[in-house]
Design a binder for this molecule. Sequence first.
Ligand code: NAP
Length: 351
Amino acid sequence: MSKPRILVMTAAGKTGMPVALQLLSEGFPVTAFVRREDQRSERLKAKGADIVTGSITDINDMKQAMVGVERAYFCTPLAEGNLKAAAVFAAVAAEHKLESVVVMSQWLANPNHPSVHTREVWLADRLISLLPVTAITFINVGFFADNDLQPLMFAAQFGMLMLPYGNGLNAAPSNEDIAAVVAEILARPDGHAGKTYRPTGPELLSPYDMAAMLTRVLGHRVRYINTPIWIFSKVMHGLGFSDYNIAQFEQYLLDYQNNAFALNSPTDVVRHITGREPEDFETIARRYVELMPQAKRSLKTQLQLMVMLPIWILSRGPKTLPYLAKTEFSSEEHVMLSARSAEWNKAHELL
Ligand SMILES: NC(=O)c1ccc[n+]([C@@H]2O[C@H](COP(=O)([O-])OP(=O)(O)OC[C@H]3O[C@@H](n4cnc5c(N)ncnc54)[C@H](OP(=O)(O)O)[C@@H]3O)[C@@H](O)[C@H]2O)c1
């Protein structure tokens, strides 16, 4: 019997790419939905994927992507249009009577969160769960290890892990472990319908623990510098992150500082679903060091960063206010971080 065709959205992304590659390696026909053709789509095509280029908020592109599809990974970027993408996806998925869908949701998912993206994720989850004949599984991931390693070049060049985590704890999962959970459920969906999973790394770490691990990985001392969020945001801005993206991150960082990601963490989801242990932070960090040229200490990179850092910090910061829209869904008295929400804490305890 032929295997069902699986649609992978954001197939060039951090989780989409490994999901698509794992499914292809198991012989599933995969439709990889990407925004543009480039070396990432070429890689997927070379492994046997059918490539559909387009926008996930365009109904015509989504219809093209869904031809012949029976299962799907619903994943959207951290960008505007999340709820529209969910509506477009749900409309086309209903027409196709998809058998099963795995949804990339969020640990913090909460209808009253100050992050507009998180509020939209919560609504998108509800919308997709209304699909009448489709088995849905939600993946509520916390803060990816990938975020911890974005400032790796500063740790490598100056021995400073500059993150605004306060004393917050997190058991951060790797992109690969999250993807392995998603791919396993798409490949063998039996028993996962209606479930919500929270994949994590193997242990809760403080930012001081992460700095100690990076000290071992990089072979020189790395200190954690508890960086004010406004400085972190200016550096993100300088590095080219969008104002929308930074606006959401600022709110996630406040939840991080308030230990929202430590609640009921770590979980055994990665072991339970994939049958192997989740990667630890040190293993993940070694991979990033191998792949990132700026993680090799060099005078040239140090001088470049020493010039750029003050420019970023002294220049105009990101305009985040328009992307918070605090009263968009609910009146201001209801808006609160997940860490402070009794409703979110209760829902989180039950899972
Ligand atoms: N990072 C975290 O800590 C975290 C935690 C919990 C949940 N999440 C959720 O994870 C999701 C992101 O997953 P990810 O990190 O695997 O994705 P990702 O690496 O951010 O990839 C997003 C992909 O979407 C593509 N894209 C952007 N706009 C598009 C459009 N209009 N149409 C089609 N494709 C488009 C991008 O294409 P290009 O590369 O070509 O631009 C990119 O390849 C978000 O919904 C976020 O809420 C993230």
